[in-house]
Design a protein around this ligand. Structure first.
Ligand SMILES: NC(=O)c1ccc[n+]([C@@H]2O[C@H](COP(=O)([O-])OP(=O)(O)OC[C@H]3O[C@@H](n4cnc5c(N)ncnc54)[C@H](O)[C@@H]3O)[C@@H](O)[C@H]2O)c1
Length: 267
């Protein structure tokens, strides 16, 4: 028997990277998956590749109407919701003293407010169904690890970790578990520009006890664990999947202000 047989999942940021790997893994484990992403073309294409167990929904996690529609669309197509993987995010570097307010707000809107909106509408559905569920948020090692130039991103991810705890407190009585994943540096389109910086990969790998960068599937496996029946008494946690890098300091040479990370990746 597969780990998610009969379960219905809604995944945000599902057209690329970690979200796509989770959609593929969940579908392979018997789930039906609503794939929500702002990139309409890519989410349609990737959902088509997964097949009839996937539904593409285009929209923006910063729009409450879009998030509400995504939950409603998932329920309309698959009949219910069991799992929310709130994973959409963007990163962008700017020093605090020269950062535009709009830059800071945009990163926080996508990475933190988007997770709030998803938790709100998913939990309403799960409470109405009355059978519990699992909600999973993507934080980062930057929830607890500061990095120069990433004030908005680090603040948003720290917020995701605390929002996860509050949601776990509030929703436990409904049998709803809420957890966060803290990925380390993972090979996805989001990090492709950082990896073009000379020495970046080597520095990261050198600081990582397991001696390699993460792959999207590494993070998706943790999402699968949290989504399914293997973690029935796990809630309110931030679980790092990072090759052990958080036992170390991030390499001092990693300074996004000196790289081409200055603009949020927002395409
Ligand atoms: N890759 C890493 O090293 C790493 C490390 C720590 C945390 N994370 C987090 O993992 C999550 C996934 O990142 P990834 O590396 O797979 O990146 P990615 O860029 O490959 O995928 C992110 C997806 O989110 C979508 N998205 C962005 N903004 C959106 C919005 N407003 N509404 C709906 N969809 C939106 C994008 O279109 C894209 O498909 C993010 O929350 C990111 O912060 C990534």
């Amino acid at each position: 028997m597969s780990q998610l047989d009969g379960k219905i999942a809604l995944i945000t940021g599902a057209a690329s990277g970690i979200g796509l790997a989770a959609a593929q893994l969940f579908a392979g484990e018997g789930a039906q998956v609503a794939m929500f992403d702002r990139n309409a073309d890519l989410v349609n294409e990737t959902a088509r590749e997964i097949g009839s167990s996937a539904l593409a929904i285009s929209g923006d996690v910063t729009s409450e109407a879009d998030v509400a529609n995504a939950v409603a669309g998932c329920v309309e197509r698959f009949g219910r919701l069991d799992i929310g993987f709130n994973n959409a995010g963007i990163a962008g570097a700017a020093a605090i003293h020269e950062q535009e307010l709009g830059h800071f707000q945009h990163v926080v809107d996508v990475c933190l407010t988007g997770v709030f909106l998803c938790l709100k509408h998913q939990s309403q559905q799960l409470i109405a169904q009355g059978q519990g569920g699992s909600l999973i948020n993507t934080a980062s090692i930057n929830a607890t690890q500061a990095t120069k130039g990433l004030s908005a991103y680090c603040s948003a991810k720290a917020g995701v970790a605390m929002l996860t705890k509050v949601a776990a407190l509030e929703l436990g009585e409904h049998g709803i578990r809420v957890n966060a994943i803290g990925p380390g540096h993972t090979r996805t389109p989001m990090t492709s520009r950082a990896r073009e910086v000379d020495g970046f990969d080597e520095a990261m790998i050198g600081a990582t006890p397991l001696g390699r960068l993460g792959e999207p599937e590494d993070i998706a496996q943790m999402a699968l664990y949290l989504a399914g029946d293997a973690s029935p008494w796990v809630s309110g946690q931030l679980l790092y999947v990072d090759g052990g890098i958080t036992v170390n300091e991030l390499p001092p040479g990693f300074n996004p202000l000196e790289s081409r990370l200055r603009q949020p990746r927002d395409d």
